[in-house]
Structure formats: C-alpha cells, structure tokens
Design a protein around this ligand. Sequence first.
Ligand code: NAD
Length: 487
Amino acid sequence: MAGTKALLMLENFIDGKFLPCSSYIDSYDPSTGEVYCRVPNSGKDEIEAAVKAAREAFPGWSSHSPQERSRVLNQVADLLEQSLEEFAQAESKDQGKTLALARTMDIPRSVQNFRFFASSILHHTSECTQMDHLGCMHYTVRAPVGVAGLISPWNLPLYLLTWKIAPAIAAGNTVVAKPSELTSVTAWMLCTLLDKAGVPPGVVNIVFGTGPRVGEALVSHPEVPLISFTGSQPTAQRITQLSAPHCKKLSLELGGKNPAIIFEDANLDECIPATVRSSFANQGEICLCTSRIFVQKSIYTEFLKRFVEATRKWKVGIPSDPLASMGALISKAHLEKVRSYVKRALAEGAQIWCGEGVDKLNLPARSQAGYFMLPTVITDIKDESCCMTEEIFGPVTCVVPFDSEEEVIERANNVKYGLAATVWSSNVGRVHRVAKKLQSGLVWTNCWLIRELNLPFGGMKSSGIGREGAKDSYDFFTEIKTITVKH
Ligand code: NAD
C-alpha cells in the first residue's frame, strides 16, 4: 500500500492537453516495493481520441520543411538537456536503475536521439536514373506515412521511446506512443517539454496503460498504418497477428541471448571488466547484455577466477548510492522469474559461483522489500539448458569452455535469437572471420555497446524484423514512390 504519501498521478497527453483517465493502475518504486505513482489505464476511447488528434495534425506537420521540424526537435533536445538531473532522478526511481546510469546514459542518449534525427533529416537525398534508349528518367520521392504507433518497453524507458518519437516526427509523421505501464513517468514529463519546444498539438500524443488494453487498441486501429515496437518476442507475435488484417508496416526490435566469445589471445585486462559490464549493466536488463560467455579452454580457469572476482565487486545498492553499479530489478514478478532460472540451473547440476543463493545482499532497511538481486555467475551448464537458450533479462550469466573457432561459432549460433555478439581476440583476421559468421545483427569486437547511430541497429532470427538508425529509421517512417517521366 502507498501509506500516507501523496501519489504521483499521471495523465494522458492528447492533442496537446493533459487529460485524466477514468481508471488507473498502480506503479511501484522497484527499490522499495511501494506504490508511488498511478498510471492511466487507458483503452479504446483514449486511442480513438489520440489517433483523431494525430490525424488532424498530420497535414500541417508533414507540410513543414525538414528545417522547421529539425528546429523544433533541437528545441526539445535543449529543454531536455536543461532538465537532465530532474529526468535522471525520475527515471532511476521509476525503473530501479542507478541514478548514475540514468545521468550518464539514459537521459543524455534521449537528448542525443532528438539532436541526431534533427540533423540526419536534413541529409537524405533521393535516387534518379536515366534510360536514354527509351527516352525516360526515373526518380524516387519519399513521404511520411501518417500516424505512427510507437510501443516501448521498461528497461530503457525514455531512451527507447525517444529513439522512436524523434525519427517518426522528424520525417513528418504524427504519433501515438504507448510507453510501458511499468515505467511511464519520464514519458509523461516529456509532454510538458514538447509543448514548450513548439511541437504543435496532436503531433505527439502519449497514451498510458497496459499492453493488452491500450497497446492492442493502438495496434488494431485501422488509421495507424505503421507500428514500431520494441519489446519481447511473444508480444511481437501478438502485434504481428493484430496488424496482419491491415497489412501494417512493422518494425520489431526484440530480445536476445547474446554470446561473448573469448579467445585465448584476448586481452583479459580489458575483456574482464567489459564482460562484467556487458553481463550486468542496468541489472542485466538491456537487450544487448551478454548472457552466454564462451571461453577458450586454455584460459578458462584463469578467466573464470578473475571474472567471478570482478563480479563480486559489482556492487548492488539503492539507486541513489553513488558506489552502486546495479540497482533494483523492474518488478517482483520479474525478480521471481530471473531467480527461477538460477533454481532451474541448480536442479540441472550447474554450479553457482557468486550471487543468488551464494552471497548476501546488504541493503538499508527501507529497501528490504525492493526487487534486488546479486549478479550471478553459472558454470557447468549444457548448451541446451533453458539458461543457455532463453532470454533471462536479468543479472545472470553462464560461462562455458570451448575448443575451436568452428565449434564456438556453431554453438553461439545455436539459439533462436540473433541480436548482439561480442568477440575478444587480438588476431585481426580471426575477429573479422568470426564476426562475419555469427548470426547476429550487431557484433562488437574487443569492446561492447559502442554505438554509431548512423548505422543499422536491430536483430536477425527471433530478435526482430527491420533495423533502426539514420537511414533505416527514415526508410521505415516514410513511404517511397518511384516516378518515371518519358520526355
Ligand atoms: P513486453 O513485450 O512485455 O512489453 C513491451 C511493450 O509492449 C510495453 O509497452 C507493453 O505494455 C506492450 N505490450 C504488451 N503486450 C502487448 C500487446 N498485446 N499489444 C500491444 N502492446 C503490448 O516487453 P518488456 O518486458 O517491456 O521488455 C523487455 C523485452 O524487450 C525483452 O525481451 C528485451 O530484450 C526487449 N528489448 C529489445 C530491445 C531491442 O532494441 N531489440 C531493446 C530493449 C528491450
């Protein structure tokens, strides 16, 4: 229960106005387990109103010049940057992540998303070819699609929402966005800035609530011709089913079961801290986190010893603790799900080196009911185990040995996902060879999570359909037409 403190009450943002909802759902502070916020439990009516506003705003917004839209996006970026600390505090409280991470990653990247697309929208060109023997020339034109439906998850709330809003409106679309019901606060705060920055009413509408209720109403709406979704594979399947009767354009950014491959010639001084970070950053709740670590046999024992030592130093603490590397997981249900994987590994005969069931959490009294868990390292586990094949999306990683390059490529590829992989080796030829053979939308070699926003981002196999990035997002959020002129 919420106690006596006043709860934060969110409202939908439709047609430039904050509107209350007839029903609400509770939102929890993951670091205490207490309800601290109430989120609109929107449904079909709210989606109807938001889509109407977005449709009405479309002719005006889409006829602005790219320069004018770019100016407005830059203005949003500037205002968000001025409020960085306030947004970081809110994101950390709502999601459970450390304040340090929200300050250095989530909110700065959200600012960058607006600035990046404000700039990139000015640089797209179209194609033109000639066919002199038939007296023709051909060229392409692009136009925004219309009302874009945007659905985002809880792990990087504002970061991933703005990664969709910015390219969608930069290209001239209007949007109806639905953030995760578990982390709605920073999206709601953003609405005030949109208005101040001069985003016209109806261009960005944000409707809060659950997936089955408001998410499905958005996906099923016949006047929303494209859906950009980031989230889990089962939800993507449902969205695909609901979109099929309308032949909607879909972009699906889904989960992963990301391998790190560590060869005997890797620089372990760099590899070990980077692999601890790639396994446990944001509580392991990043789709790009490493959860299967393949280590060449000759260095397996040394790697494991040093990796476990470094993991033990990855401090779990309340989100405001400046020394904490990891905060709380998103929800009680998620914490239980993540823990259940460790139990299943134990039942299969695996060994737990640190973390869950081995070490003790040290938290202040107020956070005893928070959703905390220690970073956990598992070994002696089969490739077929659910811990090695399913996305756990928490602070749990498995370390296994391998012999040869061919063998490890086959084992790394032997899961249904294909989002991100990491390769550690000082042999340049091997790095290129292995990167090329991995079934993965992104491969980092001798590093992790260095992003170039111009280049495609996304997964293969069950990790998604489509890519995001400067050109890819532009392609998705516009329709292309080929025109032939005979002279
Ligand atoms: P989720 O699929 O449960 O929810 C994502 C969003 O979809 C939420 O806003 C949710 O309310 C909504 N939703 C749920 N059911 C819906 C339905 N039936 N119709 C329409 N919308 C619905 O995912 P999550 O638990 O919020 O996020 C974790 C997942 O997201 C993980 O699988 C993770 O790997 C993935 N993810 C992928 C990327 C990427 O870029 N590839 C990035 C971050 C997270």
